[in-house]
Design a binder for this molecule. Sequence first.
Ligand code: FES
Length: 253
Amino acid sequence: MSFEPKILGFLCNWCSYAGADLAGVSRIQYPPNIRVIRVMCSGRVDPVFVLEGLLIGLDGVIVMGCHLGDCHYIDGNYEEKNKIDLLTIALEMIGLADRFRLEWVSASEGVRFGQVVTEFTEQIKKVGPSPLSGSNPDLKLRDDLEALKRTFDDIRLRALVGRQRTITEFGNVYDKLIETERYDSEIDEALKSEIMRNKILMKLEKDSLSVKELSKLLDIDSNVILKQIIALKAKNLIDFDRIDEITPYYHAI
Ligand code: FES
Protein backbone atom coordinates (compact mmCIF):
# COMPACT_ATOMS: atom_id res chain seq x y z
CA MET A 1 0.00 0.00 0.00
CA SER A 2 1.30 3.48 -0.80
CA PHE A 3 2.04 5.60 2.24
CA GLU A 4 0.47 9.05 2.39
CA PRO A 5 2.11 10.99 5.25
CA LYS A 6 0.12 13.11 7.67
CA ILE A 7 1.98 16.40 8.00
CA LEU A 8 1.14 19.33 10.24
CA GLY A 9 2.31 22.82 9.26
CA PHE A 10 2.43 25.90 11.49
CA LEU A 11 2.46 28.94 9.18
CA CYS A 12 2.95 32.54 10.22
CA ASN A 13 0.08 34.77 9.14
CA TRP A 14 2.08 37.53 7.50
CA CYS A 15 4.53 35.62 5.29
CA SER A 16 4.20 31.85 4.96
CA TYR A 17 0.40 31.66 5.14
CA ALA A 18 0.24 34.39 2.50
CA GLY A 19 2.84 32.40 0.50
CA ALA A 20 0.60 29.32 0.72
CA ASP A 21 -2.34 31.45 -0.40
CA LEU A 22 -0.32 32.69 -3.38
CA ALA A 23 0.60 29.09 -4.25
CA GLY A 24 -3.13 28.29 -4.22
CA VAL A 25 -4.31 31.20 -6.40
CA SER A 26 -1.35 30.63 -8.77
CA ARG A 27 -2.45 26.98 -9.11
CA ILE A 28 0.97 25.69 -8.08
CA GLN A 29 0.89 21.94 -7.58
CA TYR A 30 2.13 20.37 -4.34
CA PRO A 31 1.22 17.20 -2.38
CA PRO A 32 -2.04 17.45 -0.40
CA ASN A 33 -0.51 15.87 2.73
CA ILE A 34 -0.14 19.03 4.78
CA ARG A 35 -2.75 20.41 7.19
CA VAL A 36 -2.16 23.98 8.26
CA ILE A 37 -2.50 25.87 11.53
CA ARG A 38 -2.15 29.62 11.05
CA VAL A 39 -0.27 31.46 13.81
CA MET A 40 0.40 35.20 13.98
CA CYS A 41 4.18 34.67 14.08
CA SER A 42 6.48 31.65 13.88
CA GLY A 43 7.71 32.75 17.34
CA ARG A 44 4.31 31.66 18.69
CA VAL A 45 5.14 28.02 17.95
CA ASP A 46 6.19 26.41 21.18
CA PRO A 47 8.43 23.31 20.80
CA VAL A 48 5.80 21.57 22.96
CA PHE A 49 3.30 21.93 20.05
CA VAL A 50 5.71 20.09 17.75
CA LEU A 51 6.33 17.34 20.31
CA GLU A 52 2.60 16.98 20.93
CA GLY A 53 2.05 16.52 17.18
CA LEU A 54 4.71 13.80 17.01
CA LEU A 55 3.31 12.16 20.15
CA ILE A 56 -0.14 11.75 18.61
CA GLY A 57 1.46 9.93 15.70
CA LEU A 58 1.76 12.59 12.99
CA ASP A 59 4.40 11.61 10.44
CA GLY A 60 5.96 15.07 10.20
CA VAL A 61 5.71 18.63 11.49
CA ILE A 62 6.93 21.76 9.73
CA VAL A 63 7.11 25.36 10.95
CA MET A 64 7.28 28.21 8.42
CA GLY A 65 7.83 31.89 9.07
CA CYS A 66 9.09 35.12 7.53
CA HIS A 67 12.74 35.27 6.46
CA LEU A 68 15.13 36.38 9.21
CA GLY A 69 14.97 40.17 9.48
CA ASP A 70 11.44 40.32 7.98
CA CYS A 71 9.37 39.27 11.01
CA HIS A 72 6.42 41.59 11.55
CA TYR A 73 7.08 41.43 15.28
CA ILE A 74 10.77 42.33 14.72
CA ASP A 75 12.52 39.32 16.23
CA GLY A 76 9.85 36.61 16.64
CA ASN A 77 11.56 34.37 14.09
CA TYR A 78 14.98 34.81 15.74
CA GLU A 79 13.38 33.65 18.99
CA GLU A 80 11.81 30.75 17.14
CA LYS A 81 15.14 29.77 15.60
CA ASN A 82 16.73 29.57 19.06
CA LYS A 83 13.93 27.34 20.33
CA ILE A 84 14.00 25.16 17.25
CA ASP A 85 17.80 24.73 17.30
CA LEU A 86 17.44 23.24 20.78
CA LEU A 87 14.43 21.17 19.77
CA THR A 88 16.40 19.76 16.82
CA ILE A 89 19.23 18.67 19.16
CA ALA A 90 16.64 16.94 21.38
CA LEU A 91 14.93 15.24 18.41
CA GLU A 92 18.31 14.04 17.11
CA MET A 93 18.86 12.28 20.46
CA ILE A 94 15.80 10.11 19.87
CA GLY A 95 16.14 9.74 16.09
CA LEU A 96 13.16 11.90 15.10
CA ALA A 97 14.95 14.97 13.68
CA ASP A 98 14.07 13.88 10.11
CA ARG A 99 10.40 14.33 10.90
CA PHE A 100 10.69 18.02 11.64
CA ARG A 101 11.70 21.11 9.69
CA LEU A 102 11.84 24.91 10.06
CA GLU A 103 11.67 26.99 6.85
CA TRP A 104 11.41 30.66 5.93
CA VAL A 105 8.86 31.44 3.17
CA SER A 106 7.77 34.98 2.30
CA ALA A 107 4.37 36.16 1.04
CA SER A 108 5.73 36.44 -2.52
CA GLU A 109 7.22 32.93 -2.56
CA GLY A 110 4.27 30.80 -3.67
CA VAL A 111 6.58 28.66 -5.80
CA ARG A 112 8.97 28.18 -2.90
CA PHE A 113 6.07 27.19 -0.62
CA GLY A 114 5.13 24.44 -3.10
CA GLN A 115 8.76 23.28 -3.32
CA VAL A 116 9.21 23.16 0.46
CA VAL A 117 6.02 21.15 0.96
CA THR A 118 6.95 18.79 -1.91
CA GLU A 119 10.48 18.21 -0.56
CA PHE A 120 9.32 17.68 3.02
CA THR A 121 6.59 15.26 1.92
CA GLU A 122 9.17 13.28 -0.08
CA GLN A 123 11.50 13.24 2.94
CA ILE A 124 8.72 11.90 5.19
CA LYS A 125 7.79 9.28 2.59
CA LYS A 126 11.41 8.07 2.69
CA VAL A 127 11.54 7.76 6.50
CA GLY A 128 8.14 6.04 6.51
CA PRO A 129 5.12 6.13 8.85
CA SER A 130 5.56 7.41 12.39
CA PRO A 131 6.61 4.63 14.82
CA LEU A 132 3.94 6.05 17.12
CA SER A 133 1.06 5.59 14.67
CA GLY A 134 -0.91 2.43 14.05
CA SER A 135 -1.96 -0.34 16.41
CA ASN A 136 1.53 -1.22 17.65
CA PRO A 137 3.24 2.05 18.69
CA ASP A 138 6.85 2.10 19.90
CA LEU A 139 6.32 2.57 23.66
CA LYS A 140 9.95 3.38 24.46
CA LEU A 141 9.93 6.15 21.86
CA ARG A 142 6.66 7.44 23.29
CA ASP A 143 8.26 7.68 26.75
CA ASP A 144 11.30 9.44 25.27
CA LEU A 145 9.05 11.97 23.51
CA GLU A 146 6.99 12.50 26.66
CA ALA A 147 10.23 13.19 28.58
CA LEU A 148 11.20 15.74 25.91
CA LYS A 149 7.79 17.38 26.14
CA ARG A 150 8.08 17.74 29.91
CA THR A 151 11.58 19.14 29.49
CA PHE A 152 10.48 21.83 27.02
CA ASP A 153 7.51 22.64 29.25
CA ASP A 154 9.84 23.28 32.18
CA ILE A 155 10.08 26.91 33.23
CA ARG A 156 13.87 26.77 33.78
CA LEU A 157 14.66 25.69 30.24
CA ARG A 158 12.11 28.15 28.82
CA ALA A 159 13.73 30.99 30.77
CA LEU A 160 17.20 30.04 29.54
CA VAL A 161 16.12 29.84 25.89
CA GLY A 162 14.06 33.02 26.16
CA ARG A 163 17.07 34.96 27.43
CA GLN A 164 19.57 33.59 24.93
CA ARG A 165 19.83 36.72 22.77
CA THR A 166 19.91 39.01 25.80
CA ILE A 167 22.72 37.01 27.43
CA THR A 168 24.83 36.48 24.30
CA GLU A 169 24.22 39.78 22.47
CA PHE A 170 23.46 42.45 25.06
CA GLY A 171 24.89 41.06 28.32
CA ASN A 172 23.41 39.77 31.57
CA VAL A 173 22.27 41.90 34.56
CA TYR A 174 25.94 42.64 35.29
CA ASP A 175 26.46 43.78 31.66
CA LYS A 176 28.58 40.69 31.11
CA LEU A 177 28.40 39.06 27.70
CA ILE A 178 28.45 35.25 27.59
CA GLU A 179 30.06 33.81 24.47
CA THR A 180 27.63 31.95 22.20
CA GLU A 181 29.78 28.78 22.29
CA ARG A 182 29.76 28.75 26.09
CA TYR A 183 26.03 29.43 26.22
CA ASP A 184 25.40 26.64 23.66
CA SER A 185 27.44 24.10 25.58
CA GLU A 186 25.77 25.02 28.90
CA ILE A 187 22.27 24.85 27.49
CA ASP A 188 23.15 21.56 25.78
CA GLU A 189 24.20 20.14 29.16
CA ALA A 190 21.07 21.54 30.86
CA LEU A 191 18.89 19.97 28.15
CA LYS A 192 20.47 16.51 28.49
CA SER A 193 20.30 16.64 32.25
CA GLU A 194 16.62 17.73 32.28
CA ILE A 195 15.64 15.00 29.82
CA MET A 196 17.35 12.39 31.99
CA ARG A 197 15.65 13.71 35.15
CA ASN A 198 12.26 13.58 33.45
CA LYS A 199 12.88 10.00 32.29
CA ILE A 200 13.74 9.00 35.87
CA LEU A 201 10.71 10.84 37.25
CA MET A 202 8.38 9.17 34.76
CA LYS A 203 9.63 5.73 35.83
CA LEU A 204 9.28 6.62 39.52
CA GLU A 205 5.72 7.85 38.98
CA LYS A 206 4.75 4.35 37.90
CA ASP A 207 6.78 2.26 40.35
CA SER A 208 9.20 2.48 43.26
CA LEU A 209 12.67 1.58 42.00
CA SER A 210 16.29 1.37 43.10
CA VAL A 211 19.20 3.10 41.36
CA LYS A 212 20.29 -0.23 39.90
CA GLU A 213 16.84 -0.94 38.47
CA LEU A 214 16.60 2.56 37.00
CA SER A 215 20.03 2.15 35.45
CA LYS A 216 18.96 -1.09 33.79
CA LEU A 217 15.58 0.23 32.62
CA LEU A 218 16.99 3.45 31.15
CA ASP A 219 20.32 2.02 30.02
CA ILE A 220 22.21 4.78 31.84
CA ASP A 221 25.25 4.34 34.09
CA SER A 222 24.21 3.91 37.76
CA ASN A 223 26.61 6.67 38.94
CA VAL A 224 24.88 9.12 36.62
CA ILE A 225 21.46 7.96 37.86
CA LEU A 226 22.58 8.38 41.47
CA LYS A 227 23.65 11.98 40.79
CA GLN A 228 20.23 12.74 39.31
CA ILE A 229 18.46 10.98 42.20
CA ILE A 230 20.30 13.23 44.66
CA ALA A 231 19.27 16.32 42.64
CA LEU A 232 15.63 15.17 42.43
CA LYS A 233 15.57 14.43 46.16
CA ALA A 234 16.98 17.88 46.95
CA LYS A 235 14.17 19.40 44.87
CA ASN A 236 11.57 17.36 46.76
CA LEU A 237 10.41 15.68 43.58
CA ILE A 238 11.11 12.16 44.85
CA ASP A 239 11.31 10.46 48.23
CA PHE A 240 12.42 7.18 49.82
CA ASP A 241 9.83 4.46 49.50
CA ARG A 242 11.56 1.76 51.52
CA ILE A 243 14.91 0.10 52.11
CA ASP A 244 15.21 -3.55 51.10
CA GLU A 245 18.19 -4.99 52.98
CA ILE A 246 20.68 -2.25 52.11
CA THR A 247 19.07 -1.03 48.87
CA PRO A 248 17.00 2.17 48.97
CA TYR A 249 13.93 2.42 46.72
CA TYR A 250 12.53 5.71 45.54
CA HIS A 251 9.18 6.98 44.28
CA ALA A 252 7.96 10.23 42.77
CA ILE A 253 6.10 12.59 45.10
FE1 FES B 1 6.20 35.93 10.33
FE2 FES B 1 7.09 36.65 12.80
S1 FES B 1 5.46 37.50 11.65
S2 FES B 1 7.76 35.05 11.53
